[in-house]
Design a protein around this ligand. Structure first.
Ligand SMILES: [Fe+2]
Ligand SMILES: [Fe+2]
Length: 268
């Protein structure tokens, strides 16, 4: 078993596909991860499992790798449904978790934006411009910049988990670029596909941050570093030069518009 601890999880899943569903039982979603460079030992370390759960998980992985070996698997502990609500974040990390809320409200609206989309009309094009502005200014400049330029600097940026986070941010920027190019050509299909890909990417990215990365980081930050981070985030927000209220207003308006449409269509 020890020989697998330093192996990449993707490589292990390729060799033993049943391990993906074992990990899923512990809310460890390595299967859909597009980067997949984390090592098995990191996966176990960064997911906050109890000692019993960790022992049980390792035994199940060991059994999947060595089906003929006699391995005792302890009874499975019941896991609670939502882990995010159990976390007690430090104030600066809580600020980032709270910023995710507006991004999640935006990505929840994307399927309805697509239904409504008509890039031949000025109104349709403006909706995409506004949505892209929300992604670029709020999600990227206001939020991801604080992660990349401040928070991540407190940790080893060459660690696998941070490489995965950076990679997600880079992929999101790539999708936005494709959307803007498609908007120039009024290519509705490409815009819709890339909006949905953005939604999928960010949903999983935010879940990883809220449930895995941030709690792991919080565990390692000293009280002095927590205070320092809080001050640096406040300073960064001040220097941003725009108020996030504008984006909250954009989301509020869209939610009202789509709710009205659902009522008119008799869907609620
Ligand atoms: Fe992020
Ligand atoms: Fe984030």
């Amino acid at each position: 078993m020890d020989e697998y601890l330093n192996k990449g999880i993707k490589e292990i899943i390729t060799e033993f596909p049943q391990i993906e569903s074992v990990l899923n039982d512990y809310d460890i979603g390595c299967g859909p991860c597009t980067v997949g460079i984390c090592l098995l030992k990191d996966i176990v370390a960064i997911h906050r499992l109890s000692a019993n759960q960790e022992q049980e998980l390792m035994a199940r992985i060991d059994k999947a790798i060595h089906p003929d070996k006699d391995i005792k698997i302890l009874t499975k502990e019941k896991r609670t449904e939502s882990k995010a609500t159990e976390f007690k974040y430090s104030p600066p990390i809580k600020k980032l978790v709270d910023e995710h809320v507006l991004i999640k409200r935006w990505i929840a609206l994307i399927p309805e934006v697509i239904i409504d989309l008509d890039v031949e009309s000025e109104q349709g094009r403006q909706l995409i411009r506004d949505g892209v502005d929300m992604i670029r200014s709020y999600a990227d400049k206001f939020h991801h910049a604080k992660e990349e330029e401040i928070l991540f600097k407190y940790f080893d940026e060459n660690s696998d988990i941070l490489k995965v986070m950076h990679e997600d941010h880079t992929q999101a920027r790539g999708l936005v670029k494709v959307m803007l190019d498609a908007l120039e050509r009024r290519d509705q299909k490409t815009i819709s596909e890339n909006l949905m890909a953005y939604r999928e990417l960010l949903t999983e990215h935010i879940r990883k941050e809220d449930e895995i990365l941030y709690p792991w980081m919080d565990n390692q930050l000293s009280t002095r570093q927590v205070g320092e981070l809080f001050a640096k985030f406040a300073e960064a927000d001040q220097q941003m030069g725009f108020s996030p209220d504008k984006y909250e207003h954009f989301i509020d308006q869209l939610e009202i518009k789509f709710e009205k449409r659902r009522i008119e269509d008799g869907r609620i």
